[in-house]
Design a protein around this ligand. Structure first.
Ligand code: 5GP
Length: 120
């Protein structure tokens, strides 16, 4: 799948749509999900134009990959989720139910989440 410059997260990155930011660095932006599925529900996205994990892992620089993973950990820690635990998940492609074609991981916590959030 090629990258669509008009996807919602591209617009957020360009500042065309507001977001409730929780973290930003050279490589990564993190913000609250507009439709939270848990008491804490934050999305972490690389700033680069990557659709999927395969796309990101094949094309991103070492610094982008390290920056992204470090940001996921930092955001979870800063949100106070480390002690009680949380879930990190990424929906990829049609079978994964990915709605926004810009790679993102969900960080969900603040309550017991069950074995999975959704399989349906
Ligand atoms: P996906 O299903 O692609 O893994 O997740 C996309 C997520 O983006 C959904 O949880 C949805 O609520 C969230 N989302 C969609 N549009 C917006 C938006 O404009 N702002 C924010 N903050 N989140 C959005």
């Amino acid at each position: 799948m090629s990258y669509d410059d008009n996807n919602i997260f591209a617009k957020i990155l360009r500042g065309e749509i507001p977001c409730k930011k929780v973290h930003e660095d050279d490589f990564t932006l993190a913000f609250h999900d507009i439709n939270p599925q848990a008491p804490v529900h934050v999305l972490v996205i690389p700033k680069g134009k990557y659709v999927s994990m395969a796309d990101f892992s094949a094309k991103a620089s070492e610094a982008e990959i390290a920056g992204f993973i470090r940001a996921v950990g930092k955001v979870a820690r800063d949100l106070g989720l480390e002690e009680e635990g949380y879930r990190v998940l990424a929906n990829i492609g049609a079978n994964g139910g990915q709605e926004v074609p810009h790679l993102h991981v969900h960080i969900c916590g603040g309550r017991k989440l069950g074995r999975m959030i959704h399989l349906a």
